[in-house]
Each structure stands twice: as structure tokens, then as C-alpha cells.
Design a protein. Structure first.
Length: 476
């Protein structure tokens, strides 16, 4: 496995470059396979080349432009011969090179030109403006260029582009790369592979949360079943980045989707065993597909049903889900929770964690909102509760919401209460601080009211909630 012209450590060690690290993790995984563990790096290159040419018919156009494998001038075995010749030339340093510092590894070494033919999403040839000092390409060490060659084996096809996942934790990145690599090799053994394995998903949001589910189930299942919330938060401080890209022809493109650590921590919390079922019902109800407009979500069976068929999770998980999409793009999900909470009990702790983890709402603000909800609901005539809900839902400005809170405070005083419902500090620092989002306060209060009604099993006449675009309107 040793080669005197190769620094083997730099074939797999972490660099911080997502493409190079993915390729390194593929190499590391291949060397764990019994049939490959004794091969040197040239043996692995030959193994991958045979897959790319003989199994995938040279379909690497989304990765490399006019490479030895993708250029039309080479056909059949010629692709293999030319590819192996090139990488042998890198290893033996017969390819044109210069001394310097590798742009990815940072180490001093002999450097080789990296363009779109041997590196992903870089300029080359006439696109010298992509590079420092208008050079002909990036200049990288042979170890880095070799790593890039293995990248396709660790990725999947997602709709019209290729998807690569990277994380701030190497073990998370490795989990996804190895998972994809195993599935790509499994497809080879079954004879079904025609290229990089295609995902069943068509949109990045669903794919990202499906990947998150896989990691939670595989690595954090014990913590999800325990009550140690702090340990779960420590282990779920994970950011996952999905690079959705193509290097094809004249239209290279990359779109970056980030599932940041706040969202991942919140999502992990929602998958705790004590609340997961209620969360899954809520999420399941928010899948939509234009081909199944008449279908309804059965919350007991957690499937979608129409007159003619039952649609299981394996099918509807690929539909568009606005809650997952909003979580990924930073849009509010409060209104979606509110609509669901009208007819369904929903753990308020989820709302609390959403507001405190993702929206940075103070815990004291949450507690005050719950106190106000108690004041509106407990020991009240249903007519008062209905009017309060209607008033809150109709508020279109922070001024109206403030007036409503002040009126409740006045009524609390008239009841000869020993303490104010809302103090000046509560009002100024927690309910309506400078830069605060009054709509969030309103919607969390409405959710708290509905959940109180579910808790005490009180049915009131429910006003029709107005459909609002969930945008952040700060301090109107």
C-alpha cells in the first residue's frame, strides 16, 4: 500500500476542503474493504477507473470536463489507458509541475495544474481569471488531485445535479460519504448502476432532513431515548452543508444549502422518543403533492389516504414539505404549528425550543406568554376566550398587540390581584424589546392558548385564522 512517491498520510487526512476531504474519505473506506486493503494508491485508481468506464459508461460529466474519461476523443479501453497513464504520471512526477505550496493542503510540494478536467468546479484554459495571478489553473499537490478523482464514489445524484454533504464534524461527513459509497458499490454488485446512484428525493430540503434522520437514528438513538437534554444538545451541535452542483459543459453551477447547528439541534430535540410521534404527525400533515390534491393525512396511521389508495411514508417523504423548507431557509414555522394546534394537541415544549434555540427568544418571554395564556383561558367564559383569540388573530401591528396586553394587565389589577400580570420590565425587556418580533409574541400566545384549551379539554368557537405570509417583520 506504500508508494515512495506518495505521501500516504495526505491521501486521507483532513484538509478543510469539502471535495478533497470527500475524496480522502472514499480512499480511506476503500482501503477497509478486504479485496482492496493490500492495494497501493495506483491499484485503487485502477479500481475506480474500471468502475467509471466499464460500469458507469464514463458518465462523469457532472464532475470533470474533457477529462481522460469524459472527452469524446477516447473510446472504450482508451479511456482507461489514458486515465491510468495520467495518474501514473502524477505519481512519478513526469507530468509538468513546479515547486510551491499546495492551495488546499498548504504543504510545500511539487504542484500540478488543476482545471475542470481533473478538479471540480474550478476554472481552466480560457478561464484564467478564476485563478491567482491569472495562472492557468489552481496548483495542487498530486495527493490532492488523486483524492478529487475518487469524489464521485462518495456522492449521489439529486434531481438534475450531484449532491455532496460536508459537516463541521469529520465523523458526520464520514458517515454520509461511507453511506453513499456503500450504496454506490452495492448498486454495482447488483448490476443496476448506470452512474452515481440517484436519490429518491427531488429537492434538497427533504434530502437534507432525510440525511439528518439517518445520522440521528444511527448515532444518537440512545440519547434520543434518554432525558439528558444537555448531552443531546452537545452531540447535536452539527452543521450539515449540501453542495448541489454540476460541472457539466458550459453551465457549471453550485447551490449551497446549509442545515445549521441551531436547526439540527432543534430537529434532534423534536426526535426525542417522548415527543417524536407528535412531531412526526405535524410534519406528515405538511407534505403536499399536486398529483394528490384530494388526499388527506391520517394522523393515527401516519399515512396519506385518497379514495383509491393509501400513500405510505416511503412515498410521501419525497413530496414538498413547507415546514422542512422553512426550517432550512430560516423562515418561520409558527403559523404552521398554529394551524395544526387548533384541532390537535401539540407539545408546547417544541414551540419553546424552536423559539429559544432558533429564534433566540428569552426563556422568560416564553414563561410570561404562558402566564398570559393562563389568564385568558383558565376560569373564563368561552365567549371571552373566543373574543381574545379573534382579537389576537386580527392584530396587524405591534400597537394593537400592546394595547391588548395592557388591557389584560388592567383587568388583572381590577381583580385585586396581588401582583401585576405584566411588569414594566416584562413589557419593555421581554415582550416588546427593541428589535423584537411582535408577530412571534402574538403567534406563540395563540399557540399557548389553543394548547391550554386542549389540556383542559375545553371546546370554544374558533374564529377562522387568516392566512399570512410567514415573513419576519421587525419592529413595525
Amino acid at each position: 500500500m506504500k508508494n515512495k512517491n506518495i505521501d500516504t498520510e495526505w491521501l486521507t487526512r483532513l484538509t478543510g476542503d469539502p471535495f478533497a476531504d470527500t475524496g480522502g474519505l472514499v480512499i480511506k473506506f476503500l482501503w477497509t474493504l478486504p479485496e482492496l486493503k493490500d492495494k497501493d494508491i495506483m491499484g485503487l485508481i485502477e479500481y475506480a477507473t474500471n468502475i467509471y468506464v466499464n460500469k458507469w459508461s464514463g458518465k462523469l460529466h457532472a464532475f470533470f470536463l474533457n477529462s481522460k474519461i469524459t472527452q469524446p476523443a477516447f473510446v472504450g479501453k482508451k479511456k482507461i489507458i489514458e486515465a491510468l497513464k495520467y495518474y501514473k504520471g502524477l505519481i512519478e512526477e513526469t507530468e509538468s509541475n513546479q515547486e510551491g505550496y499546495c492551495r488546499i493542503s498548504g504543504r510545500k510540494a511539487k504542484l500540478f495544474s488543476a482545471g475542470r478536467d481533473n478538479h471540480i468546479l474550478s476554472g481552466s484554459g480560457t478561464f484564467i481569471n478564476f485563478h491567482h495571478n491569472f495562472e492557468s489553473g489552481l496548483f495542487l499537490s498530486k495527493e490532492i488531485l488523486i483524492r478529487i478523482f475518487f469524489v464521485p464514489l462518495g456522492l449521489i445524484q439529486l434531481s438534475d445535479k450531484v449532491a455532496m454533504l460536508s459537516s463541521n464534524f469529520e465523523k458526520v461527513t464520514e458517515f454520509f460519504v461511507v453511506k453513499n459509497c456503500r450504496e454506490n458499490l452495492k448498486a454495482l454488485s447488483s448490476g443496476t448502476a448506470e452512474g452515481v446512484l440517484r436519490s429518491e428525493f427531488n429537492n434538497p430540503a427533504n434530502a437534507l432532513f432525510n440525511f439528518a434522520d439517518s445520522y440521528l437514528i444511527t448515532h444518537l438513538s440512545k440519547l434520543l431515548a434518554q432525558e439528558d437534554e444537555q448531552e443531546l444538545f452537545n452531540e447535536s451541535n452539527v452543521t450539515i452543508t449540501l453542495f448541489h452542483f454540476t460541472n457539466f459543459g458550459a453551465s457549471p453551477e453550485v447551490v449551497v444549502h446549509v442545515l445549521d447547528s441551531k436547526v439540527f439541534r432543534f430537529y434532534a430535540f423534536c426526535n426525542r422518543i417522548t415527543i417524536r410521534r407528535e412531531w412526526n404527525k405535524f410534519i406528515g400533515n405538511n407534505y403536499k403533492n399536486s398529483k394528490h390534491k384530494g388526499a388527506l393525512f391520517n394522523k393515527e396511521k401516519e399515512i396519506w389516504e385518497s379514495k383509491n389508495e393509501q400513500i405510505p411514508f416511503e412515498t410521501f417523504q419525497t413530496w414538498i414539505n413547507n415546514v422542512l423548507k422553512n426550517l432550512l431557509t430560516g423562515q418561520s414555522i409558527l403559523r404552521s404549528i398554529l394551524y395544526w394546534n387548533i384541532d390537535h394537541s401539540f407539545p408546547f415544549i417544541i414551540v419553546e425550543k424552536y423559539q429559544t434555540i432558533i429564534k433566540n427568544m428569552e426563556k422568560r418571554t416564553i414563561n410570561k406568554i404562558l402566564q398570559i395564556a393562563d389568564f385568558i383561558v383558565l376560569n373564563r367564559e368561552t365567549d371571552f376566550i373566543t373574543k381574545s383569540i379573534k382579537r389576537l388573530n386580527g392584530e396587524k401591528s405591534p400597537h394593537g398587540l400592546r394595547q391588548f396586553i395592557v388591557k389584560l394587565n388592567s383587568e388583572n389589577y381590577q381583580r385585586d390581584s396581588k401582583s401585576p400580570l405584566v411588569t414594566v420590565e416584562d413589557y419593555a425587556d421581554y415582550l416588546f424589546p427593541d428589535g423584537g418580533n411582535w408577530r412571534e409574541v402574538r403567534d406563540v400566545l395563540l399557540i399557548a392558548i389553543y394548547q391550554k384549551l386542549h389540556d383542559i379539554q375545553l371546546v370554544v368557537e374558533v374564529p377562522v385564522l387568516e392566512d399570512e405570509t410567514e415573513v419576519e417583520i421587525l419592529n413595525q
